[in-house]
Design a binder for this molecule. Structure first.
Ligand code: PLP
Length: 387
């Protein structure tokens, strides 16, 4: 086996999900606030479009980059939402937004190169960077700064070996949203480093709560020739299990990203692509309904966590996670992840699963019912009393 394989990490949320399912199968009453997926079903009109595609005989391979109407719909959707021009030729439909991370890191990373990424951040960044052979260079997201990034701190990490910078807003696991000013500052700073690509993970861009504002990196023409966008349907349309996502590539990388796709998965499931087309072109009411539900739960869960002894939690500005500070409980995040699941039946993820800077934090997913969240908080309160 190649040495780089030892660098492959994982996503703790999946092992916690497996353990939670195992405990549930033994008859335990488990509340899952671990995995990051909407608890809503995919809206019925989208499901119907997938079924219809199967009935209509969409059973074969599609073009590797995705069916043309879907790539056009992605470009149009971005135009409608942000007023930006995106060429459908640079849109690649993928089996999950996650694939963009793998492709970008493998295309730009190699031994001797450096890739800058957020900590705490989605664990696949560090894992895929390590697998590419590049050195991962983390930048810290701080609670005191609302978990948004500080452009100067990122720019300060650049060396002649830097190939790629990864940003993510709204962010997993913190629920932080970075301001347009800071994104602009980063992009302006990158003008002095024309060899560095920027990957903006905008998978939660439609889950931004009142008072915060989504700023897309697509808004800055100066970076377009080295900008990679990650987005998709998983979070916005409750479609995690359909495995659908998209990348927008600079023209310099589009062909090689397509060759990678042909080597790896050929194309995305045809019926899923028709469902994705329906998601983008039909009424967007379902998106707003889910956004409001996550917003309310984010408020409720952070309020409930703040009422617990030794726990504090900033109200999330987006995504669907509450990232609470448990330093004053006197126990670390790994202890709470294990104790809450094994003894109290509540699945949450330790902050350290998202990087070293996650020490002292726990991630609660708001993607569960109000009653399940209330019960999880009451069990956490009991655990705090009994520990
Ligand atoms: N990026 C971030 C920040 C995420 O949290 C996730 C999913 O948890 C993804 C990307 C991947 O999403 P998908 O399910 O579309 O692969």
């Amino acid at each position: 086996m190649h040495e780089r394989a030892a660098n492959l990490g994982t996503e703790t949320a999946f092992s916690v999900l497996a353990r939670a399912a195992e405990l549930a199968s033994q008859g335990r009453d488990i509340i899952n606030l671990g995995i990051g997926q909407p608890d809503f079903p995919t809206p019925p009109h989208i499901v119907e479009a997938g079924i219809k595609a199967l009935r209509d005989g969409q059973h074969g391979y599609t073009p590797s980059k995705g069916i043309p109407p879907l790539r056009e719909a992605v470009a149009e959707n971005l135009h409608n939402r942000y007023g930006v021009e995106v060429s459908p030729d640079l849109v690649q439909i993928l089996p999950g937004g996650k694939v963009v991370i793998f492709f970008a890191t493998q295309l730009l990373g190699e031994a001797g190169a450096e890739i800058i990424y957020p900590d705490p951040g989605f664990p696949i960044y560090a894992s895929a960077i390590g697998f590419s052979g590049a050195k991962g260079v983390p930048y810290t997201l701080n609670e005191a700064e609302g978990f948004g990034f500080d452009a100067d701190a990122i720019l300060g990490k650049i060396t002649p070996r830097t190939r790629l910078i990864i940003i993510n807003s709204p962010a997993n696991p913190t629920g932080g949203v970075t301001s347009k000013t800071e994104i602009q500052k980063l992009i302006q700073g990158l003008e002095a480093h024309p060899q560095i690509y920027l990957m903006a993970d905008e998978i939660y861009d439609q889950l931004v709560f009142d008072g915060a504002e989504m700023a897309t990196a697509l808004d800055f023409p100066a970076i377009r020739d080295r900008l990679i966008i990650l987005n998709g349907w998983s979070k916005t349309y409750a479609m995690t299990g359909w495995r659908l996502g998209y990348g927008i590539w600079p023209s310099s990388l589009m062909d090689v990203a397509d060759r990678l796709a042909i080597n790896v998965h050929s194309c995305v499931n045809a019926a899923a692509q028709y469902a994705a087309l329906e998601a983008l072109t039909a009424s967007q009411t379902c998106v707003e309904t889910m956004r409001q539900a996550f917003q309310q739960r984010g408020k409720d869960i952070s309020k409930g966590l703040n009422a617990l002894k030794g726990v504090s939690c900033a109200e999330p500005k987006g995504a669907f996670y509450a990232f609470c500070n448990i330093t004053d409980t006197g126990k670390d995040s790994a202890f709470w992840q294990k104790t809450l699941l094994e003894e109290y039946g509540v699945a949450v993820i330790s902050g350290t699963s998202f990087g070293e800077a996650g020490a002292g934090y726990l991630r609660f997913s708001c993607a569960n019912s109000d009653s399940a969240i209330a019960e999880a908080l009451s069990r956490f309160s009991r655990a705090l009393d009994e520990s």
